[in-house]
Design a protein around this ligand. Sequence first.
Ligand code: SF4
Ligand code: SF4
Length: 370
Amino acid sequence: MRFPISMTAGMARYIFRNKRQPRPEWQQDHSADNGASNPFKIIHHGPEPGAHRAPHPMIGRRFPLVLMLEPLHACNLTCTGCGRIREYESTITRKLSLEQCLGAVDECGAPVVSICGGEPLLYPEIGRLVEGLLKRDKHIYLCTNGMLIRKRLGEFTPDPRLFFNVHLDGLEQSHDRAVEREGVFKEAVEGLKSAKQAGFKVSTNTTVYQETDMREIEALYEFLEQFHLDGHMLSPAYGYTSVDDREIFMTREDVHRKFKDIDRLAERFRLNSTPVYLDFLQGRRDLPCTAWGNPTYNTLGWKGPCYLITDGHYATFEELMTKTPWESYGHGQDPRCEHCMVHCGYEPSAALGINGKPGDALRLLRWILR
Ligand code: SF4
Ligand code: SF4
C-alpha cells in the first residue's frame, strides 16, 4: 500500500520498532502441535510433524501491519469470485457493534485498517467508525464496490489518511459481468468521481482472474486517468473452495504469465503494490507467506490463519497470534496455499524486507517518491 511520505515514515518507524523488539509471545512455533488442544486442523503437505523445518526468515519478528476489519458480510452484489458472501452465508445478517470494531482495532494495534466485508457502506455506523479510526491516527482503506458512495459520502470528511478503495475488475462490460449486474461499473465510476470532487483520496482495487485480459486492465487505468486517482491495487484471485466456478482461478504459473508485463504498467500508472511484490508475482523472487501481518476480524472473531482460509475463529487477537501454527501454512506446507499469491499473504513479506536483494531500498524509495 502506498501513503503520503509523512505516513510512510510513520509506518517505517513502526516496522523498525517491532523488528527490533518483537513481542516474544507472538513468535512461538506451533507447527508440530497437532493435538486436541489445537483448534486448527492442520493438513500436512510438507515435512511430517516434528521433522526439521527451515526456520521462517521472520521467526522472532511477527507483528500486525494491516488489520482487515469486516464489520459485516452482507453485500448488495453477488460477484462470481467472492468467497465471503458464500463462506459466511449462515451469519450474513450479523453485524459487529461500533464498540467491537474499535475494540478490535485497539487490541491489534496495526497502523493501517482496511475496512472490508461484505460491503462496508451498508454498515450503519460507518461514518462513526471512520471517525473513531482517524482519532486513533490510523490509515484507512475503505474497500467498497462503489454503489453507495454517493449516498453516504456526506458522513465522511476528507482526510489524507482515508482512502475510498473502489473495486473495479475491468471496463464496463467485463466488470458488470464479474459482479453479475448491469450498471455497477457506471455507478462505481460516478461514486469515485464524486468522492474525488469532494476532496477525498480514491484508489481502485482489481482482482485478476484466469480470464482477465491485462490489456483491458491497462485500458481501464487509461480511462481512469481523467479522474486523477491516488493509486491502483492489483492482486491475483485466491481460489476459494466455496466458489464453484474453479475455472476462474489461476495456478502460480498462470500468475507469473499474467503479470509478466506488469513493470510496464507500473511505469505508466501509480500502482500501490510494492516493487518486491510485483517481482514475486512475475516469479522473479520467492517470498514466504506472512499472513500474521494482515490479521482479519469479523462477526465470528479473529479469523485464522488468514483472510483467505479459515481453520477457526479466536475470541482475542492474542489467541490468534499465540495459538496459530503459522509455520504450517504457506507454499509447500498446506495444499490450500499452493497457488496463493494474494497481497494479504505476501505484501507484508515485501514490506518487511524478507528475501531482500541489493538495490531493494533504492527501488522502494523511487516507488514511494513517484
Ligand atoms: S462487492 Fe465485494 S463483498 Fe460484495 S459480492 Fe462482490 S466481492 Fe463480495
Ligand atoms: S499462503 Fe495464502 S492462503 Fe496460505 S496462509 Fe498464506 S495468505 Fe493464507
